[in-house]
Write a new protein. Structure first.
Length: 200
């Protein structure tokens, strides 16, 4: 619970939609919706059990957003899933003649809005989709929702760390009382500072 609270995993947005309403615990005075961490915890376990049923090389994890790329990369290196990072090339799931074609049996996406192309293609070819969804996420064509803050660096790092740990436990590759060999910080994206110039 302390990990969840410290990571900001439950901090939603100022917008909620009907599908995500059941995962919302309350609303803060500043108008931010707060997710129910018990439901987050439960959904991470359900999603891990679901993902563990598939061959590792047929599990594809996607992140267009920068802060999701390091968590996905580390998740995939530990679970042997396939990462698809950065711009999602149209046809990745639907056009076998492309050099970047990936044959997936299940897709895990970081943000339904940013990763909409991946969700659309998975839906077109009947691949189930597991998605990290915030309070404002549109969840059409998502088969399994994990309710989390899907924009924060620490939140994404913790979510993918927990998912990786639970997937390996479900597969029997990690003892039920053991942790991953790497800390949560290994999943965390580095902050990118951009230089700005002022004046003429």
């Amino acid at each position: 619970m302390e990990l969840y609270l410290a990571s900001g995993i439950r901090i939603g947005t100022h917008i909620k939609n009907k599908v995500m309403q059941r995962f919302i615990y309350n609303v803060r005075p500043d108008g931010l919706y707060i997710l129910d961490v018990r439901k987050t915890d439960e959904r991470i376990r359900i999603a891990a059990k679901f993902l563990a049923r598939y061959e590792p090389e047929k599990v594809v994890a996607v992140s267009v957003r920068q802060y999701g790329q390091q968590p996905v990369k580390t998740f995939c290196s530990l679970t042997r899933a396939i990462p698809v990072l950065g711009r999602f090339i149209p046809g990745t799931f639907t056009n076998p003649s492309l050099s970047n074609y990936v044959e997936a049996n299940v897709v895990l996406v970081t943000d339904p809005k940013a990763d909409a192309q991946a969700i659309d293609e998975a839906s077109d070819v009947g691949i189930p989709v597991v998605a990290l969804c915030d309070t404002d996420s549109l969840c059409s064509n998502v088969d399994l929702i994990i309710p989390v803050n899907n924009k924060g660096r620490k939140s994404l790092a913790l979510t993918y760390w927990l998912l990786a740990r639970q997937v390996l436990r479900e597969r029997g590759e990690l003892e039920p009382d053991k942790d991953l060999p790497v800390p949560v910080e290994a999943f965390e994206a580095k902050i990118v500072r951009t230089m700005t110039t002022t004046g003429e």
